[in-house]
Design a protein around this ligand. Structure first.
Ligand code: GNR
Ligand code: NI
Length: 176
């Protein structure tokens, strides 16, 4: 198991469009394990391969209360959607920033499991939000792309500032 590095906005690699997974092999199983470990270590409820600089269509998530029900969706597709919900979203690639995003309330999704077996699920609520958020990553889209350019610029500046402070503290061996 290995923890992977998570890319952060505005890293241009986050805009990459992922391609289908074709080989359901041992490397894929390792990647799923590593992404799951990375998601839990970062206290996230989901993680798309794009965020760890792997441009293949797969995502992991765990929206269970006890964070003990990891799920994987490979080559996911939304077959139908209905309704609307808005949720205060965050993203491991946009740390410390939260904004309300409107998405479908119900989705029907098909995907493959790690063995390449196809399944179909009807999802609602946070589970549906999370799949839509992760599938956006796979086409190079972040939740901040739904904000106005002005707000997105404020996000960019805030992250820049956070990173500058973190770098300065690291240089000074300062831990607060
Ligand atoms: O950890 C996460 N929390 C979250 C909260 C509301 C809506 C979506 C998410 S996904 C996010 C993890 C992440 O960045 N996945 O790509
Ligand atoms: Ni995200």
């Amino acid at each position: 198991m290995a923890k992977l590095n998570i890319l952060e906005f505005p890293d241009p690699r986050l805009t990459t469009v992922a391609t289908d997974v074709e080989n359901f092999d041992a490397d894929l199983k390792t990647l799923v394990e590593d992404m799951t470990e990375t998601m839990y270590a970062a206290n996230g409820i989901g993680l798309a391969a794009t965020q760890v600089n792997i441009h293949k269509r797969l995502l992991v998530l765990d929206v269970s209360e006890n964070q003990d029900q990891p799920r994987v969706y490979i080559n996911p597709q939304i077959m139908s959607q209905s309704g609307e919900q808005s949720c205060e979203e965050g993203c491991l690639s946009v740390p410390g920033i939260y904004a309300s995003v409107e998405r479908a309330e119900n989705i029907t999704v098909t995907a493959c499991d790690v063995d390449g077996k196809t399944f179909e699920e009807e999802l609602e609520g946070l589970h549906a939000v999370c799949v839509q958020h992760e599938m956006d990553h796979l086409i190079g889209r972040l939740f901040v792309d739904y904000l106005s350019p002005l707000k997105r610029n404020i996000v960019r500046k805030k992250l820049q500032k956070q990173r500058k402070i973190a770098a300065k503290e690291a240089a000074e061996h300062l831990v607060i």
